[in-house]
Design a binder for this molecule. Sequence first.
Ligand code: ANZ
Ligand code: ZN
Length: 802
Amino acid sequence: ATPYNHREIEQKWRKKWETDPVNVNDGKKPKYYCLDMFPYPSGNGIHVGHWRGYVISDVWSRYKMLQGYYLIHPMGWDAFGLPAENYAIKMGVHPAKSTAENIANIKRQLAEIAAIYDWDREVNTTDPEFYKWTQWIFVKMFKEGLAYEKEMPINWCPSCKTGLANEEVVNGKCERCGEDVTKKNLKQWMLKITKYAERLLADMDQLDWPEKVKKMQADWIGKSYGAEVDFQIKDRDEKITVYTTRPDTLYGATFMVLAPEHKLASKLSTDETKEAVEKYIYEASMKSNVDRLQDKEKTGVFTGSYAINPLNGAKIPIWLSDYVLADYGTGAIMCVPAHDDRDFEFATKFNIPIIQVIAKDGKEIENMTEAYTEASGIVINSGDWNGMESSVLKKEAPEMIEKRGFGKKTTNYKLRDWVFSRQRYWGEPIPIIHCDECGAVPVPEEQLPLLLPEVESYQPTGTGESPLADIEEWVNTTCPVCGKPAKRETNTMPQWAGSSWYFLRYVDNKNSKELVSKENAEKYLPVDMYIGGVEHAVLHLLYSRFYTKFLYDIGVVNFKEPFTKLFNQGMITGKNGIKMSKSKGNIVSPDELVRDYGCDSLRLYELFVGPPELDSEWDDRGIDGVYRFMNRFWNLVMENKDKNAKETKELVKIRNKMIYDITTRLEAFNLNTVVSGFMEYNNKLIELSKKDGIDIKTLEVLAILIAPFAPHMGEEIWQQLGHKNSVFDNEWPSYDEAAMKDDEIEIAIQINGKTRAVIQVAADISKEDAIAAGKNAVAEKLTGTIVKEIYVPGRIINIVQK
Ligand code: ANZ
Ligand code: ZN
């Protein structure tokens, strides 16, 4: 028989698919939209790690095609952003040029995966025909009051010289470059994502997403229930309102802390404290939020003023400390050191009394060495609340406080509005014109796209203005409302702007009149399956949901959630779990592997390396095993295709079992075990083939089952079996559970030659399994030492004991 020649076979089918696409829309099939997170076209190209996600989504797509769907499986480019710009600065190449080159290169690399992308649908976020709609959405948001300008201290990356969204600050560092993030006071464009906080939280119920990601989003949105409580300031007219999730601990409040930015912060100082208070306020203004919340020693300053606990009239000192954030809750807290770790630390450091108000079994702790933070316990030292269960009181207290007139029940969200301006060149210009008379006026919709102009220097200025500010003839314009001289906004949008809605554009990418037509949106959206890395859990995945909800609200789409199902693949790492990167020099390129083993083998190996949701270490040598399997698989088909073997009962059984195993593992996304399943069944079939040969039906099923995983192999053996059409014209095979059942036989279990039991076992049971089952059946009679075990296959087990 002809040996397996991956190069010849793969080239042949690649050509054939070009002229004869297998994914056709006949207008009758239901659609299935399987989406990859689109790549950033970096100069490094793609490595075996990137392949993994693309292979997973392609396997899933082809499986859906075999189930009778018309596939939407597009690809595009998330091409605005810092890396291209940084490259431009270094090399003096226009970002548009380097981006185009990188795209061409990656497109060539992607072709090697043989993924069934529909390149007719391609989008590129830097294409004016695309970003016209990115700007259009912004204008719509502006008109709806969701895009607004605000001057405030924002996260600032001194290295990238731009402002950042909260989501882009990871452990106090810039998500892009790793530099420590500082603060800068800037006038910013903001998107009011907070208006959607409740919906973003509630609608997660509908999503078939990994629980981990849902939890990350829920935590980021951070809804909490509690109360606002008013404390009178002693000897003054003003009150301070605090936000607390633990109103049940109100009797234990022994001090109060205000954020240094609180509007009363400096007013509360006295002659003696004034200097220290001012100094403290200034120092806090220089730190970022993350810095302030990180675990390090608490700092603070006493203001000199006191507040009155509204419940018991106790006089408690008011402090300032930067562990209280200005923009959360009310920017002021009541502090209960006995039951909150941060307050405990603070009280211990500054010698403030600690009053326990919740106790396990009602027993007060003599010398507290740490806060008692458990959610349950008996209330003590709390007047008429004494004796209550604290978890009950926690729920009831907000209402009680509201009734008694010194506060109210509230909920809070951690989510903040989205800082949307970037002081960089390579992004979508924000389509706003500033007019002295009319204020901020949007560029009229019919004038979009507002093109990104050419500049002489891409260098970020670091002044808080983007390089666009230097182009006078661009900046100076006229006001679309009053016609007087006006100036263009010079900030650009963040990297996330285009990726927040690109998936909508794929289904109508040439539409010059609408972002997406109603008809296409209804027919092809939303995304059924989204596949990508988990690193975007609170960035891209949250922003996309927000954009989709907004577009739903203004009637552009008729669904509220963009991605029905989400799968996050784990990373492929180098040796010892180290991330693949150019700087570490451990990048494995797919090129030689494809050349030596073929695309199909590499696809299988990408799945075989480990459970797809986990990180897996790459080892080139493993692909040998997969390649051997491919050869054996090929040979099995070649040796049997012309034999016309009979379809025996055994073959029917193994075929059904195989369909069952492959299908259920695939449905469960256990893709590595799908590959090992192929290997096992291949071995079994090779055994059977020696006996009776393999019938055509079983060989055909093999071709169809392997097709989503190794599409060239699938097509070739389908053709070798005498078919003229594509293997993908088939339906995914179904299994017959009745036919899967093993035949059972009876085996007599003897001890010293005497039958003691009869057991039912599978007809093809192994010797070891049979003896184990037999011993188990007569266990209580095996009291001596076993000296011998005799197995008469399929009939008797005789155990000899002394
Ligand atoms: C009293 C108390 C007693 C508190 C206790 C906790 C435990 P989440 O769940 O995150 O919403 N807090 C309120 N506003 C704050 C701010 N701007 N900066 C820092 N901390 C703030 O947490 C709410 C709790 O965090 C509130 O409840 C408040 O401390 C604190 F045994 O009030 B608590
Ligand atoms: Zn005007």
